[in-house]
Structure formats: structure tokens, C-alpha cells
Design a protein around this ligand. Structure first.
Ligand code: WT7
Length: 568
């Protein structure tokens, strides 16, 4: 039976103390996510239960029980302490989806340090900006990512330790680099868990905005109160479930629901560190008898594209519950899930800043395909008037998605950027930066973002970051970056570029620019198309009007440009 019952009743009776009680939280007492996700499960007598099943390329496979999770995260914590890492120091996790990432995350939290996961496909510039902003002390990484770090290390005086988890001794270690093997290091049976409290910082996730550099979203240990209960009620995890979250812990889904949620509930989760292919994914579900699957619209659209015949090759009867996050989930995808798996995908809406699901579909509530569902009990959400920031009570009106501050996993600030954090609140509401409408039954429908941020395959890309990087290319004089439609990723990056004198547009130059951005930033930020133009549309004060280029790409009305031209 589902953990979640009747939506209205849950809303009526709701208090976060439900979650606090189940997690034995006591105000003023130490509270630590790392301990909750490993030691506590062992204390409940579940130490022998499999916590993590990992598969990598070349048929590599590893398994860890909850006892292993406890001991190995102790090992990581102990090792970091021996290097001089202290509470609240930032420790970056810069790895592919390998066990060290999942277990290292818990180890960092256990010593009270702040975990800063970064997507391992980031190039040196993306990495630099985030490590510099956070003044990170240590980075845990793999051999293959070390060259990117070596490129920027001279500009990062705070970064004292580069900890390489798979050093094989073949290459020489340079200054500040050390080797550390999590699996073969001597077991640490007991570790003094740092007495973090509810408001102690836990995780720092970087997210992209329209202007300025990426922002470090600061979360605290108390976030577990939200993450645990949403995992239980929305993902509906039970003791015997085998769970698969396809997200990378470089992004918030991969930590909130790829580490913290499932481990705090003591279930078995599977991780696949192999690129996407429909066959590989279905095989994975079949082989591990996965029951609950949390994925993303881009992946689902790619599976749809691969066709229904592939689905039929595999026994996917273990699946019981499906969910999705990251971008709008089309009604067709929900209906397709129902057709081929016999189960619909449950859309969930939230953000790095919210730390946990905010508007979502529940296992026990009828789905309206294309709708994000309803606010989680205890969450006060409103569609706000775009100008006055007053709630609009009439269904059907489009406005800003706002949330009343105060849920446990809400960000506490943007790292070193309190002003930008404050600007996210208007009239007593936290502004998500998205637009939506509700219907007469109280279901929420996503309309679009309220800014220029590009959501490509569920990953946010800042046009500003790409434009800045483009300007570093010797041929580029000016640039404007917008999204363009894409069948699978919904949106991809498109760059408009004017060239410096002496440079001519060509296919080769376009490829060179693409490669430049891929290496510097990431494959996600790489423009899928670069259009060479003679000039860019600008406001009178010289600000580039991305909105005009955006409208052109999407075949939309350009709208009132007279106001735009005065819009500084
Ligand atoms: C932005 C947040 C939270 C997980 C990953 C993304 C968009 C997220 C949905 C959804 C439509 C969605 C919004 C949001 N988004 N979920 N179900 N339907 N849009 O975290 O990188 O902080 O991105 O992703 O625009 O603001 P993020």
C-alpha cells in the first residue's frame, strides 16, 4: 500500500513534525545527514541490507551494504580530517557516478564539512569559477579529471588538496595531489560525527542564473526533514524496493533523491555509470528488478524515440512507480509510459533552491497528463501577479510561481551573494523564476521560465556564462546566446556571434567555437548552432536584446519592442 493517502486529508493534517518524529529529530540536538543515511540504518538492524549496487563500463560492478556505507564513509571522513579538513570547509566532489561520489558525500557531511558536488563533465573554466567562489579546500576526483584541475590550480590558492581516488601509481603526483583508495583503506569502525545541528551547512550546489556568475545554493542538515518525507510520500519507497534515480549528483536531483532520500529510508538503490542507450537502460531495469524509477523528460523522450519494440525485448514487470523531474513533462510522455510500461510518469516540480519537491503528483492522486500536480502538503504555493506579486486566486490566470518561505529544505542563502538571495523574495514570497497557471481542480500547469535561463535536457545553462566564454575566443567580437527548440532536449544553446575584423564565417570556425565552449564550460553549454551575424539587436543603452533573438528562434511574436528598447 502507498505511504501517501488522500491528498486533502494530508494537507489538512500536515505538520513537518511528522517527518521530525520519524527521524527522531530533537531541536537543539546534533543532526547529521551522513549519520542518518548510514549509521542510523545500521542501528535499525539493516546493516546487511544492500545500499548501493553500482555498474560501470566494461561490466564493472560493485555492491555496498549499509554497514559498508557506514564504514567507508567513516574512512573518507577520517581521511579528510587527517588532511586537516575541518567543519564548514568546502570539499568538492568532482567524479563520475562512481561509488566514491555517493559514499564520499556522506563522509564529507559526517565531519561537518560542506559537500560541493560538481558535474564531472565541467571544463576547467566552469570548475574554476565554482571552486573560486566557494574558496574550496579540497577536491576529491578521478585521475582522468586531474588535467582540468592542474590547468587552474595556480589561480586557486585555497585549494590545498587534490585527492585522487583511482591513482594507479603510473603517473607522478604533483604538488597538493595525493592518492586515496576508499575501498582498501583500513576500516574505520567508529568516527566521531561532527555535532552538526539543524542549521549547520551541508551541501553547496551551483546553479545558473541569467546574469552574473553561477550561484552557490547553500543547504543545511535540516533539509533532510523535507527530503525524507517527499521521498517517502512521492517516490513511495518501501523496504523491499529497488530504486533507480538516473540523475547525476553533480545536480540537486542526484543528491536530494539520488543519495539523501533513498539512503535515509534504508532502501537499495542502483547506479549506472554508463552513457545513455535504450537497450542498456532497459537491461539495467530487468537485471536489477528495479521497482521505482526517477528520471527526466529528456531521457523519457529519448526512450520514446527508440521505439516501443525495444521495450518489448525486456522483462520490465518489476517496475511499480515512475517519476520525472527537471523540465516540462509532455502529456505524450505520460501517456506513452502508461502504454509501454503500464505505468504513468509522475511529474515533480522543484529546484536546486527548494532542495526538495514542491509541486508534484502522488501515487494515490489521479494524474492529469501534462500537469505538475499539486503542492506538497505543508507547502504554500501561489500564482502571483507579475507586477504586484499578489496571489491570483482565479484559476487559469498565468503568473509567477511563488512559495511561502519556511519549508525545511529551502536554501539558506547564495554563497557570498546575499543580495541576489534577497532579490528572490517579493511581497513575502520566494519567487521560483517560473510561470504557471492552476486549473479549477487545483492542478498546476507549467507555462515557462520567467527569465533567459536555458533549460537543456533538464540542465540550466546561463546565457551570460556562455556569452562570456565566447568573448574569450579570439575571433569573437560580440555574442548573444538564446535557446532554440529541440526535439529531445526541448531546448539547446544557440549562439549569435559577430566576428572581429580579419575573421570570416565558416563551418570550420563554427566547429572550433563549439569545441572551445565544450572544453571550457561543458558539453551542455556548447552551442548546437552558431550563427554569424553583422550586428546584434540592442537597447539604446547597448544591452543585447536576447528576447528578440529568442522570439525569432521559436517563431513567436516579438512583442512590444518600444518598451524593450527602453528596458535597461
Ligand atoms: C528549474 C530548476 C529540481 C531538479 C532539477 C532541476 C525547471 C524543474 C520541472 C518540471 C517544468 C521544471 C524549472 C525550474 N523544472 N522541474 N517538473 N516541469 N519545469 O533543478 O537546475 O535548479 O532547475 O527547472 O524551470 O525552475 P534546477
Amino acid at each position: 500500500m502507498a505511504h501517501f493517502g488522500n491528498y486533502e486529508e494530508h494537507c489538512r493534517d500536515f505538520s513537518w513534525s511528522i517527518s521530525e518524529r520519524e527521524l527522531e529529530y530533537q531541536e537543539g540536538r546534533p543532526f547529521n545527514i551522513g549519520w542518518h543515511c548510514s549509521d542510523r540504518i545500521c542501528l535499525q538492524g539493516k546493516g546487511n541490507r544492500t545500499a548501493l549496487i553500482w555498474e560501470g563500463l566494461g561490466d564493472k560492478r560493485k555492491e555496498y551494504t549499509y554497514t559498508d556505507l557506514r564504514i567507508r564513509s567513516n574512512v573518507v571522513g577520517h581521511h579528510l580530517r587527517s588532511l586537516g579538513i575541518r567543519a564548514e570547509d568546502r570539499v568538492c566532489l568532482f567524479m563520475d557516478k562512481i561509488p566514491e561520489l555517493y559514499i564520499g558525500f556522506l563522509g564529507v557531511l559526517k565531519i561537518g564539512a560542506i559537500a560541493q558536488p560538481l558535474f564531472s563533465a565541467f571544463g576547467d573554466e566552469s570548475l574554476f569559477v565554482r571552486l573560486d567562489n566557494a574558496q574550496t579546500s579540497a577536491i576529491i576526483t578521478q585521475r582522468k579529471h586531474v588535467p582540468k584541475i592542474r590547468k587552474i590550480i595556480d589561480r586557486l590558492p585555497s585549494l590545498k588538496h587534490i585527492i585522487i581516488v583511482d591513482h594507479d601509481g603510473r603517473k607522478e603526483l604533483k604538488e597538493r595531489e595525493t592518492a586515496f583508495d576508499m575501498d582498501s583503506a583500513p576500516a574505520v569502525e567508529s568516527l566521531d560525527i561532527h555535532p552538526t545541528h539543524a542549521e549547520s551547512p551541508s551541501v553547496l550546489h551551483y546553479t545558473s542564473g541569467t546574469t552574473g556568475q553561477p550561484k552557490g545554493v547553500k543547504h543545511v542538515h535540516y533539509s533532510l526533514i523535507s527530503q525524507y518525507l517527499t521521498t517517502k510520500w512521492v517516490l513511495d519507497l518501501h523496504d523491499d524496493d529497488i530504486y533507480w534515480c538516473t540523475a547525476d549528483p553533480g545536480w540537486v536531483t542526484g543528491t536530494s533523491y539520488g543519495i539523501i532520500g533513498p539512503f535515509s529510508m534504508g532502501v537499495t538503490q542502483c547506479v549506472m555509470d554508463i552513457g545513455f542507450s535504450a537497450d542498456a537502460w532497459y537491461q539495467f531495469i530487468e537485471r536489477h528488478r528495479i521497482t521505482v524509477w526517477y528520471s527526466a523528460p529528456t531521457a523519457i523522450r529519448s526512450l520514446m524515440k527508440a521505439g516501443d519494440a525495444v521495450v518489448k525485448k525486456y522483462d520490465l514487470s518489476s517496475l511499480r512507480h515512475l517519476a520525472s523531474v527537471g523540465e516540462p513533462l509532455n502529456a505524450e510522455a505520460v501517456i506513452w509510459g502508461q502504454k509501454v510500461f503500464g505505468l504513468p510518469f509522475h511529474d515533480t516540480f522543484w529546484q536546486t533552491e527548494t532542495g526538495s519537491m514542491m509541486i508534484t503528483n502522488y501515487p494515490t492522486m489521479p494524474i492529469k497528463p501534462g500537469s505538475m500536480g499539486k503542492p506538497f502538503p505543508g507547502i504554500t504555493a501561489a500564482v502571483l501577479n507579475i507586477n504586484t506579486f499578489e496571489p491570483m486566486s482565479e484559476p487559469g490566470q498565468i503568473g509567477l510561481i511563488g512559495f511561502k518561505p519556511g519549508w525545511p529544505s529551502m536554501m539558506r542563502t547564495y554563497w557570498n551573494n546575499e543580495a541576489t538571495y534577497r532579490a528572490k523574495f517579493k511581497n513575502g514570497w520566494y519567487l521560483s523564476g517560473d510561470r504557471a497557471r492552476t486549473d479549477a481542480d487545483g492542478y498546476w500547469w507549467f507555462v515557462g521560465r520567467d527569465d533567459d535561463v536555458i533549460n537543456t535536457g533538464g540542465h540550466l545553462v546561463s546565457p551570460f556564462e556562455v556569452e562570456s566564454a565566447l568573448l574569450e575566443h579570439p575571433a569573437v567580437a560580440e555574442s548573444a546566446v538564446v535557446s532554440k527548440p529541440d526535439e529531445v532536449n526541448m531546448e539547446v544553446v544557440k549562439a549569435f556571434v559577430t566576428l572581429k575584423s580579419g575573421y570570416q564565417p565558416s563551418k570550420d570556425l563554427e566547429l572550433e567555437i563549439m569545441n572551445f565552449i565544450r572544453k571550457k564550460l561543458s558539453p551542455l553549454a556548447m552551442p548546437q548552432e552558431t550563427e554569424f551575424v553583422d550586428g546584434l539587436p540592442k537597447t539604446r543603452s547597448g544591452k543585447i536584446m536576447r528576447r528578440i533573438l529568442h522570439a525569432q528562434e521559436w517563431g513567436e511574436e516579438i512583442g512590444d519592442t518600444s518598451t524593450l528598447e527602453n528596458d535597461d
